[in-house]
Design a protein around this ligand. Structure first.
Ligand SMILES: C[S@@+](CC[C@H](N)C(=O)[O-])C[C@H]1O[C@@H](n2cnc3c(N)ncnc32)[C@H](O)[C@@H]1O
Length: 295
């Protein structure tokens, strides 16, 4: 692709009026052949239900016991529930979003793991109601998921009980209390999904994540789309089940900044996962990106 740099005159003209032109990063596109080459794994959707488990009425009543749900859920037998947020973002209530994210980063992860997650020990950081933990458990992994919000861990335990997933355990824990001691050792695969931009310190957060992993990490995060090595600061209120657990400073590194941080913490290899056409719009617009990181 040819990119045309703005001429010096144009830049100067913008500066005169108080504006600065900055290059935005465009995400790398995966060629169709690359997408077709990846393992063809699909999300378990609708989720299976444990035979002899909770009735439709009992499941409906249990879901209705919570005001907010970050993901929409669908279970076998035509039972489905919408997502609900106090402060939805532009994409939060889209029921297809987690399924599209699955298609984006799970096939490259499974490929990096040699074709299967079976028997892998997986840590799901900030697991919310357990969407990713349950998918990994259904793919054969031994999973621990944690989140700082107790009500989300209750939701995750509910989904686990409906599915009858074994080999998955959920805990209430704050990100900064994460350690091999607190979680029974290190993990083959660590999922750092949708959490980096809810935290104030990306270097420490990625170092702590690396210390939990013995093989690899999937990092999936909102990023600053700037085409340089910068970090955008923001303030976040703790007002939703998709938000930081306490109000405070949060950061959005650019892709270039993520590269530098990974180099600084001594990750051995990493690559950004190229996007294909059916990813959510924030990925297409370069505002969100994912990496497979070998520790
Ligand atoms: C946007 S959701 C992401 C959920 C999931 N990881 C995903 O990518 O689909 C952010 C999650 O981070 C959790 N969270 C926020 N701050 C946290 C912290 N300090 N420690 C643990 N979890 C936290 C929230 O409760 C919420 O479940």
């Amino acid at each position: 692709m040819t990119t045309h740099a703005p001429s010096r005159r144009l830049k100067q003209a913008f500066r005169y009026f108080g504006y600065e032109i900055r290059r935005m990063e465009t995400p790398a596109r995966a060629p169709r052949s690359e997408v077709e080459r990846l393992p063809s794994i699909k999300p378990f959707w609708p989720l299976p239900r444990k035979p002899g488990g909770l009735s439709d009425e009992a499941i409906r009543a249990a879901f209705a016991g919570f005001d907010l749900w970050h993901y929409a859920y669908a279970f076998e037998g035509g039972l489905s529930f919408a997502a609900a947020h106090h402060h939805p973002g532009p994409h939060s209530n889209d029921p297809t979003r987690p399924l599209k994210r699955f298609a984006h980063f799970m096939p490259p992860l499974v490929e990096a793991c040699g074709g299967s997650l079976a028997g892998k020990r997986v840590l799901d950081i900030a697991c919310n109601s357990g969407f990713w933990s349950i998918q990994c458990a259904l793919l054969g992994a031994d999973v621990v998921g944690f989140d700082s919000r107790p009500e989300l861990i209750q939701q995750a335990d509910l989904v686990k009980s409906i599915v009858g997933a074994s080999h998955v355990e959920f805990k209430v824990l704050d990100f900064w209390s994460m350690s091999p001691q607190a979680l029974g050792g290190t993990f083959d695969v660590v999922l750092n999904l949708g959490i980096l931009y809810h935290l104030p310190e990306p270097v420490s957060a990625l170092r702590l994540t690396r210390d939990m992993a013995s093989e690899r990490i999937v990092l999936d995060t909102a990023v600053s789309p700037a085409g340089d090595r910068s970090i955008l600061l923001d303030w976040e209120e703790a007002h939703d089940v998709r938000s930081a657990s306490s109000a405070g400073l949060v950061v959005y590194p650019s892709r270039g900044a993520i590269d530098l941080i990974l180099r600084h913490i001594g990750a051995s290899r990493w690559s950004e996962i190229p996007i294909h056409t059916d990813v959510p719009r924030d990925y297409l617009r370069g505002k969100r990106a994912s990496w497979i990181i070998e520790v």
